[in-house]
Design a binder for this molecule. Sequence first.
Ligand SMILES: [Zn+2]
Length: 120
Amino acid sequence: MKALNTANLEQLRHRLLELQTEIGERLSNSSEASKIVTLDQTTVGRISRMDAMQQQNMAVSTRGKTKLRYQKVQAALRAMAANEYGYCRSCDESIPLRRLLAQPEATLCIRCQDNADRQQ
Ligand SMILES: [Zn+2]
């Protein structure tokens, strides 16, 4: 498998930095959204309170996933700085450029990702 060239790496680094900003903003927005769910007991009925709580739970779980992705993006940037970017964490093969362009924070090759997904 061909290693990534400098132009590829530069493109991917740019994409990762974009993702970092984008996800970072989403995280700070959602932290405000989960704060707002402290409810006014006098105007909100029991049903809509439960609705709001459900929505809050969903927001928390989405936030967890977003946070995880943010950590992966940061880990990818660290790996890039250490010249270790683009290799599968599991089998050490280089991850194809096409996959990295679609998902620059990927840490597994498609085969290992498939295996990991199947074990879940
Ligand atoms: Zn692999």
